[in-house]
Design a protein around this ligand. Structure first.
Ligand code: 5GP
Length: 190
């Protein structure tokens, strides 16, 4: 992947703890900014009932994931809460060449890998208004069993600590519209 120039779009990484509202924010940003593509990751995580293959993720087997690693077809990948997640390289590069900005909703480990190869990446971390609010949102979402939900909440503390070190832009998702406007402003200005 080349450094961003005037014709190419830029990579925008959006990270934050599970349940913080990254996907909702990104979808809204993509609606309001026309030249934005949200990357669809591959994952070995089981699909929940509400999810559709190819929309939130491409759900693939561990074997297939490993093949993609071997072929070098993932821009980055990481194990998160016991499952593998990765960004398909070709699609991201194609969209960047078309001049679209590409949003990657990925964790801190993946963000570090992308930044290593592209210094121009825009890095945004989304914070919950509070730890308690995050726990409430995860309960409402109701996707995880109690153990997974606890893992995700514990993981959130580690991610938030890393955020201060690696992310230039911080947005608190207290009010959705406000958070969306802030992300849009960051993308426009960078
Ligand atoms: P979830 O299972 O809740 O959809 O996602 C769990 C975590 O995996 C999220 O915090 C998200 O940021 C991260 N994630 C999703 N897709 C990718 C990816 O392609 N690469 C990396 N490194 N992390 C991802």
């Amino acid at each position: 992947m080349n450094e961003t120039n005037d014709r190419n779009g830029k990579i925008v990484i959006v990270s934050g703890p599970s349940g913080v509202g990254k996907s909702t924010i990104c979808k809204e940003v993509a609606k309001q900014l026309k030249n934005v593509y949200i990357s669809v990751s591959v994952t070995t995580r089981p699909r929940s009932q509400a999810e559709v293959d190819g929309q939130e993720y491409w759900f693939i087997s561990e074997d297939e994931f490993q093949q993609r690693i071997n072929k070098g077809s993932l821009l980055e990948y990481a194990e998160v809460f016991g499952n593998l997640y990765g960004t398909p390289r070709d699609k991201v590069e194609e969209e960047l060449r078309r001049g679209r900005n590409v949003i990657l909703e990925i964790d801190v480990q993946g963000a570090k890998q992308v930044r290593r190869i592209n210094k121009d990446v825009v890095m945004i971390f989304i914070f919950p208004p509070s730890q308690r609010e995050l726990a409430e949102r995860m309960k409402l979402r109701g996707r995880d069993d109690a153990e997974t939900a606890e893992d995700r909440l514990n993981g959130a503390s580690g991610e938030i600590a890393a955020a201060w070190q690696y992310y230039k832009h911080m947005v608190i998702n207290d009010d959705l519209q406000q958070a969306v406007s802030e992300v849009i402003e960051i993308i426009r200005e960078n």
